[in-house]
Design a protein. Structure first.
Length: 123
């Protein structure tokens, strides 16, 4: 019973297609013509604006070339390398004040105390 039902549906659909065969042929012809017209419209737009398209393509090429050249010319050729080294400095506990230099520079005892306090802060 299932096979007869499916065959009857197929016959029904074929009969509908045969009834509307002329309309379906017109629809297919219109679709083909629409595709052809769109293709010709595209071709016409390309050919009509051909000069502008070529100018645009050349402008994009030279813009990309300029960006590339500026990046090549402005990059530094010297590579900076930062090297960190630990340097050990020995403290000198036997520091002796040079009295001659103090009098030459006219540094008072109070200024000398201030310099020693600031020096201890730095250490």
């Amino acid at each position: 019973m299932d096979e007869s039902y499916s065959t009857s549906i197929i016959h029904y659909n074929l009969n509908k297609i045969k009834q509307h065969k002329e309309i379906i042929m017109y629809a297919i012809a219109m679709a083909v013509l629409l595709v052809v017209l769109r293709f010709l419209e595209y071709k016409f737009l390309i050919l009509q604006n051909e000069f502008g398209l070529y100018i645009g393509i050349i402008a994009l090429f030279f813009t990309a070339l300029g960006i590339w050249a500026s990046n090549k010319l402005t990059t530094p050729k010297v590579k900076t390398v930062i090297v960190e080294k630990e340097i050990l400095v020995q403290k000198r506990l036997d520091f002796i004040v040079n009295e001659e230099e103090l009098s030459k520079r006219k540094i008072s005892k109070r200024e000398l105390i201030s310099i020693r306090i600031n020096g201890k802060r730095i250490e």
